[in-house]
Design a protein. Structure first.
Length: 169
């Protein structure tokens, strides 16, 4: 039984870094033989981590690397807390790359007060996910989820980019 839990993990190559340079994940992916969406990996990593103090943990398939997804977790460390970013990039049949990301952070403000923040200013209420999480959507289609945590709020922003760009463009 223990072997079955370990075997799926062995199919991936893992890496963890902590530096200021915004090329941790893209450098790791390239060293692992990944090239099909390397430009997209670099674009997304730079979007979140440029000029930031961050660490990363990335997953790349060992077999069929260029036909598989790349997944990375970033911890962006700020003076007032940390932001957790998880992104996945996948090659598409037409040579483009699609991505999804989730950015998660805690704010000491209540979720009601959080809805008044600048980054939520134009977001519209959409739904209650079940009992404790409220869903909003911003004008660009990104989803924002708010969940009360003590007297504060956990904010999660999710976005999907279909056919982001072709490799090398």
């Amino acid at each position: 039984m223990y072997k079955n839990k370990i075997l799926p993990i062995l199919a991936f190559s893992l890496s963890s870094f902590s530096l200021m340079a915004a090329d941790q994940v893209s450098s790791y992916a390239k060293k692992s033989g990944y090239s099909s969406c390397l430009t997209a990996v670099s674009d997304i990593e730079n979007f979140f981590a440029k000029d930031s103090n961050y660490g990363s943990w990335a997953f790349v398939a060992k077999e069929g690397t260029d036909d598989q997804i790349v997944n990375a977790t970033l911890e962006l460390t700020h003076n007032d807390g940390s932001t957790l970013v998880d992104f996945t990039i996948a090659p598409t049949k037409d040579g483009s790359c699609s991505y999804t990301y989730t950015r998660t952070f805690f704010t000491e403000k209540s979720c009601m007060a959080t809805t008044k923040e600048e980054y939520m200013k134009n977001s519209k209420y959409k739904t209650e996910i079940n009992k404790n999480i409220t869903g909003f959507e911003d004008p660009n289609g990104a989803k924002l989820l708010l969940m009360t945590a003590g007297t504060g709020c956990i904010v999660q922003k999710k976005e999907v980019g279909f056919r982001h760009n072709k490799q090398g463009l």
